[in-house]
Design a protein around this ligand. Structure first.
Ligand SMILES: Cc1ncc(C[n+]2csc(CCOP(=O)(O)OP(=O)(O)O)c2C)c(N)n1
Ligand SMILES: [Mg+2]
Length: 398
């Protein structure tokens, strides 16, 4: 084929796989509404007593394994707690957006507005012994894993009160169970596999969730990690947040197989409605049971969406339409979905939810003010926290 013909053929193919501009690219057959679960029994009086909820059967798709039982036990307090956390996380990210526009945050800033159900829902299934490692869209995970809103915002602003004393930025935020915040696309996946290796080596009954994006899924080091994890049956859940885009490129244009949960070859996989927090929670519980019982790794795909651009420097509307974003917001927003569960199931009333919204705003406003008051690091501290001095203590804390 001549060069011209081949170029034309490639262009035709490229156009054929381009997502329709008129609507969101749907993941075949997976239910992505945020509010289609329903209680299987009447709700108890007590806030702490659990009751059963049925998830729609098509909240999950599986590969080389059975889907989890689409039933979950949750309490009224548990639902309200998750609502509070999701609202807090959205407010925190919105505050970061505003601080960036005020030039109080400089450099890169990647927000997870739209994806809150994943960090908040997963956390509910985890214990402090479990480990999490993510890419750069990490602020909400850092708070869920023991960080603070003030610590994240101050870190983004480069202040001493930041979780890395203002010297790391969003891609260098850690807690004892959260291993960052990593800027090199995909690089956290082999590191997460190594953490899971240590968990297995030390006989810990815990799991590592290694998060990465749909774009990162095409990285060679991700497949190398899959291979070693399956060879050694490590307790790692490769957790792909499929928000449909890697920077300005849709998953359809970047990946030969967009069913990310099937990409582990011998590793079983699960695709999950990442907009219904109850589906996320159920999937994370199931994945934890699977890995801790010694069955080896899993590849989990959370189907989600980011409302904003890739980072603050991307308006996010040149490679997708405003209607597409609006359609997801109005149909699948995770916070609106949980709000509807709480109100329709009679967990609490509208006024209580408004009070939670108000207190979440106040908590974040307060954190912003405190972070602003914190000074920048001293010049002398620029040379600390770089190497471990002397003989490092090699006892692991995984
Ligand atoms: C090794 C490497 N290649 C390229 C980049 C530039 N880059 C930053 S983010 C990104 C897209 C990643 O998309 P995805 O994995 O889907 O994550 P999302 O931003 O959607 O959360 C790219 C290509 C990078 N940081 N590292
Ligand atoms: Mg992505």
């Amino acid at each position: 084929m001549s060069f011209v013909l081949r170029t034309r053929a490639l262009r035709a193919r490229h156009l054929a796989v381009k997502p329709l501009r008129s609507g969101v690219t749907q993941v075949r057959g997976l239910q992505t509404d945020a509010d289609k679960s329903s209680p299987a029994e009447s709700l108890p009086e007590s806030g702490s007593a659990t009751f059963k909820v049925n998830l729609p059967g098509d909240s999950f798709h599986s590969y080389r394994c059975d889907v989890p039982d689409p039933e979950i036990e949750i309490s009224k307090d548990g639902l309200v707690d998750m609502y509070h956390k999701m609202v807090q996380m959205r407010r925190m990210e919105q505050a970061a957006d505003a601080l960036y526009k005020q030039k109080l945050i400089r450099g890169f800033c990647h927000l997870a507005i739209g994806q809150e159900a994943i960090s908040v829902g997963m956390e509910k299934a985890m214990t402090p012994d479990d480990r999490v490692i993510t890419a750069y869209r990490c602020h909400t995970f850092a708070v869920m894993r023991g960080g603070t809103i003030k610590g994240v915002l101050a870190e983004l602003m480069g202040r001493q009160a930041g979780m890395s004393h203002g010297k790391g930025g969003s891609m260098h935020i850690f807690t004892p169970s959260f291993f960052g915040g990593n800027g090199i696309v995909g690089a956290q996946v082999p590191v997460g596999t190594g953490i899971a290796f240590a968990q297995k080596y030390l006989n810990k009954p815990s799991v590592t969730f290694a998060l990465y994006g749909d774009g990162a899924s095409n990285q060679g080091q991700v497949f190398e990690s899959y291979n070693m994890a399956k060879l050694w049956n490590l307790p790692v859940v490769f957790s792909c947040e499929n928000n449909k885009y890697g920077m300005g490129t849709s998953a359809e244009r970047a990946a030969m197989n967009t069913s990310f949960f099937t990409r582990g070859d011998q590793i079983p996989g699960l695709q999950v409605n990442g907009m219904d927090i109850l589906a996320v929670l159920r999937a994370a519980q199931w994945a934890k049971e699977w890995t801790v019982s010694g069955k080896g790794p899993l590849v989990m795909e959370f189907v989600t969406y980011r409302y904003g651009g890739h980072s603050m420097s991307d308006p996010g509307t040149t490679y997708r339409t405003r209607e597409e974003i609006q359609q997801v917001r109005s149909k699948s927003d995770a916070i609106a979905g949980l709000r509807r569960y709480i109100l329709e199931w009679g967990v609490t009333d509208e006024d209580s939810l408004k009070a939670i919204d108000k207190s979440a705003k106040e908590e974040v406003d307060h954190a912003v003010e405190e972070a602003k008051q914190s000074p920048h690091p001293d010049l002398k501290d620029f040379w600390t926290d770089i190497y471990v001095s002397g003989r490092p203590n090699l006892s692991f804390s995984v």
